[in-house]
Ligand binder design. Structure first.
Ligand code: PLV
Length: 324
């Protein structure tokens, strides 16, 4: 069986973040994955289990799940069709084509692209690769936590883990990974941008809700409805999940600061997680007594993303107004 397709990513201390927080901060560098984000963990695992005998795969994506699916399909020698919404930048469409994938642009947001992917599954007999809602994805994503445990040692559990949430697949993988190690007492801080906040909206409402529209520029967080499993985790008393929001401005500021300090360029979707430290969310949670002080060490999952380059960063800088 081919694979695994993902790599064991670096876990590195961020001196700049540690200084800001007064606590050691480790970065789990999923931006180093072959497809540019953590998505290849889950999608690689799912394709190994489900696509071995396939005629080809179809994946609906804001961009990065598609990048992972195209990468895996290429390694497996399978044709890949990736359906993206018109909000995905041309940059990612080009990268998908460079990987040999057929790209279809359908709808304005991911949910509409997904409807088309499901239709193609039926009409073309392709294997459907979902971007966030599947137990095999969560199992694959959970390896991000087992790697951290292998690097730090089982006795050295983190004080908290920070993740971005789009449809909730990464969150489910992280929660599953922590539980598997008996680390369910480690709180997870989930980060979304205002306007791509389906998980926060569900937590606040106490039930799954569907957003009317995605108004954030963090398009890769732009699922209108969070997956049921992520919502169930948020309702469980076993594990603390703290749902927080930042503005697009704060996420962009985080992307810029991260580039300056760590020399790595990531997407706005990832900037949301980085803003937990750069915009003082973790400090505030400590002040409010919702996270302990001292915290032990903090892990930020640097989820990465391929929809970014200097031009795209400049576009975002034009689109997202600076705070006055
Ligand atoms: N992006 C998905 C869903 O989009 C996609 O199709 O690529 N960080 C990055 C860089 C991401 O690309 C994503 C998801 C997330 C975080 C959030 O992960 P999730 O969806 O598992 O919560 C609509």
């Amino acid at each position: 069986m081919p694979g695994p397709f993902h790599i064991n990513t670096p876990l590195v201390e961020s001196v700049g973040m540690s200084r800001r927080l007064g606590t050691t901060v480790y970065l789990k560098m999923e931006s180093s994955q072959p497809s540019g984000s953590f998505k290849i963990r889950g999608i690689g695992h799912l394709c190994q289990q489900m696509a071995m005998q396939s005629n080809g795969i179809v994946c609906s994506s804001g961009g990065n799940a598609g990048m992972a699916a195209a990468h895996v399909a290429r390694k497996m020698g399978l044709p890949a069709t990736i359906v993206v919404p018109s909000s995905s930048p041309p940059l990612v469409v080009q990268k998908l084509q460079d990987l040999g994938a057929t790209v279809k642009i359908t709808g304005e947001v991911w949910d509409e692209a997904n409807t088309e992917a499901l239709r193609l599954t039926e009409t073309e007999g392709l294997t459907y690769v979902p971007p966030f809602d599947h137990p095999l994805l969560w199992e694959g994503h959970s390896t991000v936590i087992t790697e951290i445990a292998a690097s730090m040692g089982r006795k050295q559990k983190p004080g908290a883990v920070v993740v971005s949430v789009g449809g909730g697949g990464l969150l489910c993988g992280v929660a599953q990974g922590l539980r598997g190690l008996g680390w369910e007492d480690v709180p997870i801080v989930t980060m979304e941008t205002v306007g791509a906040d389906c998980f926060n909206a569900a937590v606040k409402a106490g039930t799954i809700v569907t957003l009317e529209a995605i108004t954030s520029e963090a398009k890769c967080l732009g699922a209108k409805t969070v997956c049921r499993k992520a919502f169930q985790y948020s309702q469980s008393t076993e594990q603390a999940i703290i749902s927080e929001l930042v503005t697009d401005q704060q996420a962009l500021h985080a992307v810029e600061t991260f580039l300056d300090e760590e020399r790595v360029l990531v997407e706005l979707a990832c900037g949301a997680a980085l803003a937990a430290v750069y915009s003082g969310v973790i400090q505030r949670l400590q002040d409010e007594g919702r996270l302990p002080r001292p915290l032990g060490y903090l892990v930020v999952i640097v989820c990465g993303g391929s929809s970014i380059n200097r031009e795209q960063l400049a576009n975002l800088q034009k689109k997202i107004p600076r705070p006055t």
